[in-house]
Design a protein around this ligand. Structure first.
Ligand SMILES: Cc1cc2nc3c(=O)[nH]c(=O)nc-3n(C[C@H](O)[C@H](O)[C@H](O)COP(=O)(O)OP(=O)(O)OC[C@H]3O[C@@H](n4cnc5c(N)ncnc54)[C@H](O)[C@@H]3O)c2cc1C
Length: 468
């Protein structure tokens, strides 16, 4: 048996590692269009902000026999009848099990002046090469325009502001991160960003982007002109489905897959941002990695079905704490909100059938860990909802971030679905330091926002007389 993986991004690299962990002699070939070894795309925001160096965003890869990598090579066609692939370097490769992990690509909106190849001063933000390109220009710049006020645009804006650039964010919609936030949360966030050197222009449609040796200018529909030294286009992503579509697989917004991640051709699987499961396309790493685990099980003969993890989105920008969970923009249900714009705080809880259906937690709120756990586990919301909303700890809202009080079933690392129970098991299995616990469980290796919780737990365990 052999497995061929197309795409060596976060899903493809994880799949190769999962397969290798199950059978180190299983022949796996991964073909990746990017020339780089596996890296953590999520952490590119940290590289852009100057918080992380490139070597710090590499992903652990399977060592030794089994996994063959062909990097800088694009798969150009699939011949399903012959079960072969064609590659950009002229090769034809047979496959038995084929897994498409082709991810997604940055969308260029239909704006005058925005077409491939982009001018030097204009870049999208998806790959390590995009990041290098932005930084090469940012180093010589005093100001930047970011087109797009979604998660990625704001992370880029905050990163560039941290490097000392004056940043304008231009967003066509009336409020920021409209897929995760409501207008009230956006208003608080706009104020927080202003304090961090980022000016936001909402409801501002860009009609033209022009570039010369002096800089970039965005012309807005209302007649304004915004000028800067560089522009980052962060106007969304689209699943990379061209290969699958040309091969005749069923493609809607993404490549349609079933609970075993099989496409309309049972010999071909799809995982990660390119896949569409139960009508939903990806865009986050937690489902991509869970899908990689399921496919590794299925092709190695273990019964497994994909169940999508609950969506948790966190903005990774220094000075801004923001988590959006589930149906965060809905209103139908028991709705509780609290806003304190002068302190940059906003909280929203949406309760249905006594369970959290969605939440927005912006700013410093000690209850965020509890809220994420309630949402994640679908446990009943405490009677006194105000404690959660206002971040007051107490009987109603146990200090869930405290390792001792965290329930064993609590998910500590959302990206890798690692519970406190799994961390305790690693400890009992002999892992005695944070790096050892991380190596045993993979906790913290996604977006890294659980690092404090994992370190706190290890410290707490170290201080116990009998941690088992
Ligand atoms: C800056 C940034 C920050 C992010 N932050 C978060 C976050 O905080 N939390 C979160 O959950 N998600 C975040 N994401 C999204 C997350 O990175 C993606 O969900 C994840 O990378 C999906 O993995 P993937 O393997 O499906 O796609 P990708 O990581 O994009 O990998 C796909 C790979 O396939 C290759 N490929 C495509 N077509 C071919 C072909 N024909 N032949 C060969 N290779 C091909 C591509 O070149 C690419 O290397 C962020 C993304 C970015 C860009």
């Amino acid at each position: 048996m052999s497995v061929l993986v197309v795409g060596y991004g976060m899903a493809g690299a994880r799949l190769a590692a999962e397969l290798h962990a199950r059978d180190r002699y299983l022949p796996v070939t991964a073909i990746g269009a990017e020339p780089h070894r596996a890296y953590n795309r999520i952490l590119l925001s940290g590289v852009l902000a100057g918080k992380l160096a490139e070597p710090e965003v590499t992903l652990a890869e399977p060592a030794g026999r089994g996994v063959a990598l062909r990097l800088g090579v694009t798969v150009t066609a699939i011949d399903r009848a012959a079960r072969t692939l064609s590659t950009s370097d002229g090769d034809r490769i047979p496959y038995e099990h084929l897994v498409l992990a082709t991810g997604s690509h940055a969308v260029l909106p239909p704006i005058d002046g925005l077409a491939e190849p982009l001018p030097d001063r204009v870049a999208v933000f998806r790959t390590l090469d995009d990041c290098r390109r932005i930084l090469a220009t940012a180093d010589k710049s005093a100001s930047a325009l970011v087109l797009g006020g979604g998660l990625l645009g704001l992370e880029a804006a905050r990163g560039l502001a941290l490097r000392g650039l004056r940043v304008d964010v231009v967003h066509a919609v009336g409020h920021l991160m409209e897929r995760q936030l409501d207008p009230a949360a956006s208003a608080v966030l706009v104020g927080t960003l202003a304090g961090l050197g980022v000016t936001v222009h909402l409801g501002a449609a860009t009609t033209r982007v022009s570039c010369d040796s002096g800089g970039v200018t965005a012309a807005l529909a209302d007649g304004r002109q915004l000028a800067a030294d560089l522009a980052v286009v962060a106007c969304g992503t689209r699943p990379e489905t061209a290969l699958a579509r040309t091969a005749g697989l069923t493609v809607e917004r993404g490549i349609v897959v079933d609970d075993r991640l099989r496409t309309s051709d049972p010999a071909i699987f799809a995982i990660g941002d390119c896949a569409q499961h139960a009508g939903v396309v990806g865009g986050l790493v937690a489902p991509a990695w869970e899908q990689a685990r399921v496919v590794a099980d299925v092709v190695t003969g273990t019964a497994s079905r994909y169940r999508p993890p609950a969506p948790v989105t966190r903005l990774k920008a220094t000075g801004i704490d923001l988590a959006a969970l589930g149906a965060s923009t809905d209103h139908d249900g028991e709705l509780l909100t609290f806003a304190d714009p002068s302190r940059g705080t906003y909280a929203k809880l949406l309760v249905r059938d006594n369970r959290l259906a969605g939440a927005i937690m912006l700013g410093d709120n000690p209850a965020v860990g509890t809220v994420i756990q309630l949402f994640d586990r679908g446990t009943p919301v405490p009677e006194d909802r105000r404690a959660l909303l206002l971040g007051r700890t107490g009987a109603a809202a146990p200090a869930a971030d405290s390792p001792a009080l965290m329930p064993d079933a609590a998910t500590v690392c959302q990206c890798n679905a690692v519970t406190k129970r799994a961390l305790l098991a690693a400890w009992r299995g002999g892992a005695r330091s944070a790096p050892e616990v991380v190596a045993a469980t993979r906790a913290t290796t996604g977006c890294g926002s659980c690092a404090d919780a994992v370190h706190g737990l290890v410290e707490w365990l170290s201080n116990q007389e009998d941690p088992a």
